[in-house]
Design a protein around this ligand. Structure first.
Ligand code: 9MR
Length: 388
């Protein structure tokens, strides 16, 4: 195992502090460099020579980044340094969700995401937004009987205010998150979420149109899970999502990309294969980009407790998945859902309860002390294998 200090000494130089730059030009810069030129730029400091995931990704036409809990970037300089060294893009894990942004009907609290955007810009990184609409983040005040009749207007006002606040400064938005749940028995497999029930199935289209009107620059994304495996369940979800996307396109709803969350399992009966490849290709043929938005590996079900053996299994899971996913040029962006095991949601709930309470998960490229693990090398080598 190499130490974090050895890693930084050999690898990445300190991030280049830069004057705050309008995101439009930052985005154009990256986009141009990634799409247009084979020469690696000098102006991004460490990118050309570094042992950073962002450097390896970039050489192969990919933007790499991570989700972060903003407080960790604020409080922990070593972690902030790791993020600046490894990422081209960051996304706040929860700080842009309704519950965090809207403590009261008349209040928007942008302080934490604003901090992250300033951090990103000072390191010439991009930021994306997550998420304008999710069934799992609905403030209690909006569900009160008094507010219910106004849900549609509150929804429009929220999306407009939040998108305008960041207009021109974000790479992309997860506009609608996890709208499909066949078990709910609704037409089109739509989830019976608060938004669905109060506004109707058109809430999806309304969200995208409102977001585009408020920020014409951000790439608008539909983001969902449960599409990665060659299982019947995932096959059904894939076809329902594609059906929904086709309907949106037919109605000229503004849509630029589809997020595949990529929460993987280290022990899983099903493989990554034709189902995933065909899904990505179908999205490409619709003229949309594909983003791997929340990549990580849940290792709850690995039998052995030996860290090295577990790390090898986790690394193999990343490799097997990325071999299929990165084969298609439509995939433009890869984000892990946090970068260090210290902060993974798979250890800390509330959306996951660890099956092995005494065995913290080793799910991410960097361990609790920010040292790269086998998963780091699996990602790096998967990026390197991608043809330019
Ligand atoms: O990782 C996130 C965790 O810190 C939050 O407590 C939780 C609830 O806001 O959401 C987690 O992120 C979820 C993401 O927003 C959507 N896809 C599933 C992620 C893991 O639950």
């Amino acid at each position: 195992m190499i130490t974090r200090r050895q890693f930084t000494r050999f690898g990445a130089a300190a991030a280049v502090a830069a004057a705050v730059q309008p995101a439009d030009s930052l985005l154009a810069d990256w986009t141009h460099r990634i799409q247009g030129s084979s020469a690696l730029p000098g102006s991004f400091g460490d990118v050309a020579g570094a042992r950073s995931l962002r450097a390896h990704a970039w050489r192969h036409g990919l933007i790499f980044g991570s989700a972060v809990i903003v407080r960790n970037v604020e409080d922990d300089p070593e972690f902030a340094e790791l993020i600046a060294e490894q990422c081209v893009i960051v996304v706040p894990t929860s700080e842009l969700k309704w519950v965090a942004l809207r403590p009261a009907p008349d209040k928007y609290d942008f302080s934490r995401p604003d901090f992250l955007l300033a951090f990103a810009q000072s390191h010439r990184m991009l930021m994306r937004g997550h998420t304008l609409c999710w069934h799992n983040s609905v403030p209690e005040w909006i569900q009160s009987p008094a507010n219910r009749p106004h849900t549609r207007q509150i929804f429009i006002d929220h999306i407009t205010t939040v998108c305008k606040h960041y207009a021109g400064r974000l790479h992309s938005w997860d506009v609608v998150n996890e709208a499909i749940l066949p078990a709910d028995g609704q037409p089109g497999g739509l989830r019976k979420s608060f938004w669905y029930e109060q506004i109707g199935p058109d809430y999806i289209e309304l969200a995208f149109r409102t977001a585009r009107a408020a920020d014409p620059h951000a790439r608008l994304t539909y983001n969902d899970y449960g599409v990665e495996y060659d299982s019947e369940e995932d096959a059904e979800r894939r076809s329902l999502i594609l059906e929904m996307l086709r309907k949106l396109q037919k109605n000229n709803v503004p849509l630029d990309a589809v997020g595949i969350q990529s929460h993987l399992k280290a022990v899983q009966h099903y493989a990554f294969g034709k189902g995933l490849a065909d899904y990505i290709e179908a999205i490409r043929q619709m003229g949309l980009d594909v983003y791997l938005t929340e990549l990580d590996v849940n290792e709850d079900d690995i039998a052995t407790n030996d860290p090295a053996e577990r790390d090898a299994i986790i690394a193999r899971t990343y490799t097997d998945y990325l071999r299929v996913a990165l084969a298609n040029r439509a995939v433009k962006l890869v984000l892990t859902w946090d970068l260090s095991d210290r902060f993974t949601w798979l250890n800390n709930g509330p959306t996951h309860h660890r099956k092995q309470p005494n065995r913290p998960q080793r799910s991410l490229p960097f361990d609790r002390n920010y040292r790269p693990k086998q998963a780091f090398f699996a990602l790096r080598d998967s990026f390197d294998r991608r043809r330019r």
